[in-house]
Write a protein that binds this ligand. Structure first.
Ligand SMILES: CC(C)(COP(=O)(O)OP(=O)(O)OC[C@H]1O[C@@H](n2cnc3c(N)ncnc32)[C@H](O)[C@@H]1OP(=O)(O)O)[C@@H](O)C(=O)NCCC(=O)NCCS
Length: 235
């Protein structure tokens, strides 16, 4: 698989976690512990596969991405790590499916950042990975996350009782899905920019890969992308 991948929308950048993120990542997680706890995945029993250190987690993420099993993105706003988005559980063969999970610091919540991030990852998953199906599972109590899937245009598929272990117990979830043939031409990022009426509409390009060595077509888009920043992001 092609990795590392970098996706951009103005001042919002999704990129692989680095070992040098250790201090910032621990800090933002600590500051947001109470904010994240009700929505965070937990393990029903001790799991020997969990990385013991931040460095081990970064290495495991890179290994999983290169193997085509999961892509974990750090979410930077104005150059500061503020959250994460993961395209996980990537399955190939006759399924070609994955899920998206996400969190953001409360400090920048409510600015429409996560819908943009989810839109970028969605477009990347369909356009670049060629997946057939993406799902996002949300607890029915999570009003903010229900807004994210609605803004990006995921379709409600159904109710999954006791689907995921969250905050110490098996919790019911609502499953939201987008299939490749439901994905709009031009992508969901472009549609989101147009429907949210922000100045970022022109700034949204196709997902950008390997920003150090972009291909010529993509490089042209990079130049346009970095020219605009979005209202509400990083201000
Ligand atoms: C869910 C989450 C990622 C949304 O990200 P975001 O970048 O704030 O998304 P948006 O800006 O589109 O806001 C979504 C909703 O949050 C609510 N919201 C608005 N301002 C807010 C603020 N200052 N603080 C908290 N929530 C706010 C609103 O209901 C908003 O919907 P609206 O725009 O229709 O009013 C974020 O709230 C979060 O990380 N929560 C904790 C972890 C979590 O729930 N992860 C998802 C598990 S499925």
């Amino acid at each position: 698989m092609r990795w590392p991948v970098t996706l951009r929308w103005g001042d919002l950048v999704l990129r692989p976690l680095r070992r040098t993120d250790a201090r910032r990542w621990s800090g933002v997680r600590r500051e947001n512990a109470a904010w994240l706890r009700p929505w965070e995945a937990t393990l029903p029993a001790a799991d020997p596969g969990v990385p013991a250190t931040f460095g081990a987690m970064v290495r495991a993420n890179a290994r999983e991405a290169r193997a085509g099993r999961a892509e974990a993105f750090a979410l930077d706003v104005d150059g500061v790590l503020m959250g994460q988005v993961t395209l996980g559980g990537i399955a190939w063969g006759s399924l070609r499916s994955a899920y998206i999970g996400y969190w953001i610091s409360q400090e920048v919540a409510g600015r429409g950042i996560m819908p943009r991030a989810v839109a970028l990852v969605t477009d990347h998953a369909f356009a670049d990975l060629g997946l057939h199906r993406i799902e996002i599972n949300v607890r029915p109590e999570n009003a903010a996350s229900l807004r994210v899937v609605a803004k990006v245009g995921y379709r409600e598929e159904g109710y999954r009782p006791r689907y995921l272990h969250i905050d110490g117990a098996w919790r019911d979830h609502v499953s939201f899905v987008m299939l490749a043939d439901e994905w709009p031409s031009g992508g969901v990022a472009r549609r989101l920019a147009a429907t949210s009426g922000d100045a970022g509409a022109r700034a949204v390009g196709r997902p950008l890969h390997n920003s150090d060595t972009p291909d010529p077509v993509i490089r042209g888009r990079v130049a346009r992308d970095t020219g605009d920043s979005l209202p509400g992001i990083g201000t």
